[in-house]
Design a protein around this ligand. Sequence first.
Ligand SMILES: Cc1cc2nc3c(=O)[nH]c(=O)nc-3n(C[C@H](O)[C@H](O)[C@H](O)COP(=O)(O)OP(=O)(O)OC[C@H]3O[C@@H](n4cnc5c(N)ncnc54)[C@H](O)[C@@H]3O)c2cc1C
Length: 388
Amino acid sequence: MTQPNKNKSNKIRSNAEDMVRFTMAQFVDKEVIPVATEYDNKGEFPQHLFKKLGKMGIFGIRYPKKVRGSGGNTTLYCIAMQELARGLMSLAATTAMQCLMGTNGLYLYGTKEMYEEFLYPALKGDKMGAFQLTEPNAGSDLSAVRTKAEKTRDGYVINGMKTWSTSGPKGDFHTVLCQTDPSLGLRGLAFFLVPASTPGFSYSKPFDLLGTRTSSISEIYFKDCHVPVEYRLGEEGRGLGVLLKILSEIRIMTAALALGLHRAAMDDAIKYCKEREQFGKPIGKYQLIQAKIANMAVNLEAGQLMVDKVTHMIDQGKECLNLASMAKYFTVESACSASDEAMRIFGGYGYSMEYSVQRYYRDNRFLLYGGGTHEVLQTTIAREILSK
Ligand SMILES: Cc1cc2nc3c(=O)[nH]c(=O)nc-3n(C[C@H](O)[C@H](O)[C@H](O)COP(=O)(O)OP(=O)(O)OC[C@H]3O[C@@H](n4cnc5c(N)ncnc54)[C@H](O)[C@@H]3O)c2cc1C
């Protein structure tokens, strides 16, 4: 487990950073890892751990104290998500959404009454927020969003559907990207808060998933859902701008989740290669196994440096979207490779459901999509570089 760094002379992290990592590492080692396989096998979300994270103040970690947050920042948020992902990716992903995409629109544009009804309970873990961009024909291309928000005398009526909604069936309120004027394409988009209690709101059976099997992901349907005008989160036509405000943070949070999974795969591989003997010695004595461990360690360290750099830039208010894209791309590809190599180190046992390496291998695929697919990220990284 990571210990707080007491040696001030070589200290490279703040006390707050050390403390968040230590507290989360303890929580993960004592409460998450012992039950992770059981919940993954059952496909059941560990609601009791989500409640505990609420009590620990994790959902408010990046919000100021004046809105009953914990007064932290993006760096602390990403440290917490990294540790949690080391324990159970689906719990970490749901928590990450509750801290950021599920509540940020509400935080930026909600009224006092909306804070009382949704934000404050969400920061305590009493209500869950979900975030919906994707539609069957609008994945990477958000200009294809067709869920329509039509202005009425006192608000909007929403009609349409979303898909791949993480926590969709469980969410108490939803931040939904809608089109207010289809003729305007991307300039017609706006976000709306839709409580699950709104008449006309419904969802499908949860999807059967390859990984993150404790998550509930479904389609969401809106049939004449009426919401008051104050539930529009930001101006009409500024939906993309609202998304852009947190896009660097979404990408770096995904990178932090990747670091956690990478660490879990590497830790298990190191332990196994010291214990497993073949041809009269531990397999960790063979150079080809050592090369795999070395690659995992180098990539983890490089990814950590990228994540630290980007989170500190975000906290200093510096523009860093392209660096965040690079960090997401690099750390997620590295985590995919680390969990693949860890499975190989386990030999045939890596293929058994008895060991957690198979879960890391399945769960890492989740990281490839949110915040931009890697083909889209490669395209935007290169476009930015070539435009200079
Ligand atoms: C586990 C999981 C959870 C999710 N949770 C949520 C959620 O909570 N909320 C939400 O809104 N969405 C969610 N999503 C959806 C996710 O954001 C989308 O899957 C993602 O945006 C990609 O869209 P798509 O799957 O439709 O793929 P597409 O956009 O159809 O892409 C298909 C393929 O084409 C490639 N491609 C697309 N455009 C280009 C291009 N211009 N250049 C090169 N290649 C391209 C892609 O990289 C990919 O390989 C989730 C998805 C998964 C798998």
